[in-house]
Design a protein around this ligand. Sequence first.
Ligand code: FAD
Length: 307
Amino acid sequence: PYDVLIVGGGPAGAAAAIYAARKGIRTGLVADRFGGQVMDTVGIENFISVPYTEGPKLVAHLEQHVKEYDVEVITEQKAASLTQGDYLQIGLESGATLSSRSVILATGARWREMNVPGEQQYRGKGVAYCPHCDGPLFKGKRVAVIGGGNSGIEAAIDLAGIVEHVTVLEFGDSLRADEVLQRKARSLANVEIIMNAQTTEVRGDGSKVVGLTYTDRTNGESKQVDVAGIFVQIGLVPNSEWLKDSGLNLTRFGEIEIDSRGATNIPGVFGAGDVTTVPFKQIIIAMGAGSTAALGAFDHLIRTPAP
Ligand code: FAD
């Protein structure tokens, strides 16, 4: 059995692996795909101390750093269950089981997509999911935000200070964001909010986004908005479906509830990164969370006798 088994190989999992291995304890990392969401990221400008890098390059550095230590890395394997016994057990989809004295869950999250033509083709070429990351790329340009929930309206307010104009498109007939956010967004001269708008297509010129098409759900009319960027803010889904029956406390959104040491409600089980209740989902924050969880796990191990 491992002392620490990390599930997930994104920034949170990689940081947890390095921090755990540096304690000289037996460390394993199992992941579906090493690198996680960072593999899908083009430019990264907010990884502090590195003014500019790109996703695959950062992932290569992460992998190299993990390999400096004695970490047993297993990739292309998906965890399917977490059970408790003498040891904690992670069941894999392949049928194998891994045992460990402590587990760090760092399976990340995925952005909900619109599933309309053009979205995949122009991903990273105008279609964006993270205003903190990509907002400054659209300085002085016109953008759209899809979704009128808290994250959509927060994004609109955030972007309004950087870009020329923001059009928010909400599918329903009212915004779902908190009243105070709605008030703030409505007070901004360069934010327009359109209700009952179903986005049907991302339009591009072959290399980048030039606009979008939506259907006005009140009369079925098709309309166009010319924008250089489209921020899709219709939900971030934690990769925690496989933990539903584990006894772990999840929020109604499926986020793993953790405390300030990364501990969950199950002794020895820790969580880190985008799959947890951490309020902000960013690379540098996930790395800090992974480090915290590893130190939390180590603290737990030195206080708990081995089975
Ligand atoms: P993830 O990166 O999601 O990694 C999850 C890991 O768990 C992966 O290895 C995955 O394969 C694995 N996994 C999932 N389920 C299972 C399972 N059942 N069994 C085994 N393994 C599993 N943040 C920034 O700070 N700056 C940026 O510029 C930036 N740009 C972004 C651009 C895009 C397009 C996207 C999608 C995100 C961006 N982010 C950016 C956000 C950032 O990528 C995430 O906050 C960060 O990757 C979260 O790290 P994580 O380790 O928690 O999860």
